[in-house]
Design a protein around this ligand. Structure first.
Ligand code: NAD
Length: 474
């Protein structure tokens, strides 16, 4: 493990934590945190870099740096995949094909957006003296989680960079090594010193960063609980704040869809990355006329899910990232049983032959009602809940009956119904009949899933103020 930047001697001791292999729970190293007083130094470096030279950087210049970064990301994709597997337990093929590839796709989509991006637009074409200027907010503090450790970071870094901000990134303490490789890659792509700054540590370090008076904008991805604290802090300092938080997304399956395909895709979408995705389709709502048929298909599908070690090639589920996550998911599985849900697959404890690591049995509960914790709360593990409904209006009500509002999934062959529901779901993103979101589409949620959007144009504008200028042409 690298001994981190900004090593000076201070009176307060440096803090650190032990890292573990999630596949067998063995210790694998120690991560040293940035000293709390060096958070201040890093913020001031980002501040002076912005004020002294970066605020005058041209978009075309920033685009060239991101093009260079993209090339290096592609060259190093296997290195990133290996580190992600090591840090998170994500199986190596999933890390390559999903974790890293998604990040690369997002960089490409952001670059595409810049081909037609203007930072100065006339309010009316016929009167260029009145302009709308999109201006970098300044120093951006980016705080990210561990579940998609390259993708979540890239979405923020590339957006903030192209917008013209200087950057302070504090990745999750559990996935700092991915961020260290990214830092190395960004510096190699020629980005000037002081524009990108990495800070290492836990929530205490994150708190010191976001509350610093010289930070102009905060972008946070992580749990709803932490997001709420950050939002309060940001409001007290009038800082713009983008929040990408938790989810409990409904997958509504109507009798008129292609049932086998819908079940196969629905199960895959819930369990991929061992259920550790904010937009996982973790609540299946099923029209009662096909309920029994769907339960049988889900059971068969889940029986075919393989479990395996992170370094093993193939299409299997790996362990959860940490003991803490393992224990949290076990608590939810036990609560489902206590609340009287019907355990259709999996259950408490570890799968046979995987007793050492943080592995969880792919678990399915049927007959889940809306008063149960497993219906309402984000589990963030390989656990699917299934609830029947009788009518479309009930499906909409159930889908909207949690505090979250990230994604909604609808399976039906009725075009009018698809559009009706897409409008009625209180979420930031809707996907119908297994359609993936295209790169560059706005990513984000409503309610307890957050506010603001990432990716493509939205990801750049999130880090820009709008200024009206009247009386002078460019
Ligand atoms: P977390 O909230 O525990 O931590 C997220 C980050 O915040 C980490 O870097 C952590 O060190 C930092 N942090 C913790 N307390 C802080 C504080 N008081 N001030 C500043 N920083 C602080 O979340 P996690 O466990 O790392 O990630 C899992 C969560 O992330 C899940 O709830 C998941 O749904 C959510 N998530 C959301 C999205 C989205 O786009 N909506 C995407 C991925 C993950």
């Amino acid at each position: 493990m690298n001994n981190r930047i900004y090593t000076k001697t201070f009176s307060a001791p440096k803090r650190s934590m032990t890292l573990y292999h999630s596949g067998d729970a063995s210790p694998r190293g120690t991560l040293e945190f940035t000293h709390i007083e060096d958070v201040h130094n890093a913020v001031m470096k980002a501040r002076t870099s912005f004020d002294n030279f970066w605020c005058e950087s041209e978009l075309s210049q920033r685009v060239e740096y991101i093009k260079a970064l993209l090339e290096l990301l592609i060259i190093r994709q296997n290195d990133f995949a290996h580190i992600i597997s090591l840090e998170t337990g994500s199986p190596i093929d999933f890390s390559k094909k999903q974790q890293v590839q998604t990040a690369i796709n997002h960089v490409q989509a952001s670059l595409k957006v810049t081909e037609n991006l203007s930072l100065d637009l006339p309010v009316k074409d016929e009167n260029p003296q009145h302009r709308t200027r999109y201006e970098a907010m300044g120093v951006a503090a980016l705080i990210t989680p561990w579940n998609w450790p390259l993708n979540q970071v890239i979405l923020k870094v590339v957006g903030a960079f192209l917008a013209g901000c200087t950057i302070l990134l504090k990745p999750s303490e559990l996935t700092t090594e991915t961020a260290l490789l990214l830092e190395e890659t960004i510096l190699e792509s020629g980005v000037p010193d002081g524009v990108f700054n990495l800070i290492i540590g836990d929530g205490i370090i994150g708190q010191a960063l976001i509350s610093h008076p010289q930070v102009d904008v905060i972008s946070f991805t992580g749990s709803t609980e932490t997001g709420q604290k950050i939002s309060v802090q940001a409001a007290s300092q009038f800082k713009p704040c983008i929040l990408e938080l938790g989810g409990k997304s409904a997958n509504i399956i109507f009798a008129d869809c292609i049932i086998e395909k819908a079940v196969q895709q629905g199960v895959a979408h819930c369990f991929r990355n061992s259920g550790q995705s904010c937009n996982a389709a973790s609540r299946m709502l099923v029209e009662r006329s096909i309920y029994d048929e769907v339960l049988a298909l889900v059971q068969k599908e889940v029986q075919n899910i393989k479990i395996g070690m992170p370094e093993k090639k193939g299409n299997h589920l790996g362990p959860l990232i940490s003991k803490r996550q393992y224990e949290r998911v076990q608590k939810f599985i036990l609560s489902g049983i206590e609340d009287g849900a019907h355990l259709l697959a999996g259950g408490p404890g570890k799968p046979t032959s995987f007793e050492k690591g943080y592995f969880v049995k792919p678990t399915v509960f049927a007959d889940v009602t809306e008063d149960m914790a497993i219906f309402k709360e984000e589990i963030f593990g390989p656990v699917l809940t299934i609830t029947p409904f009788d009518e479309e209006a009930e499906a909409i009500r159930l889908a909207n009956a949690t505090p979250f509002g990230l994604s909604g999934y609808i399976q039906s062959s009725n075009h009018e119904r698809l559009n009706r529901l897409a409008a009625r779901l209180k979420v930031g993103m809707v996907q119908v009949n297994g359609q993936s979101r295209i790169e560059g589409a706005a990513f984000g949620g409503v309610k307890a899933s957050g506010m603001g959007r990432e990716a493509g144009l939205w990801g750049i504008r999130a880090f820009q103020h709008i200024k009206s200028i009247s009386g002078v042409t460019l």
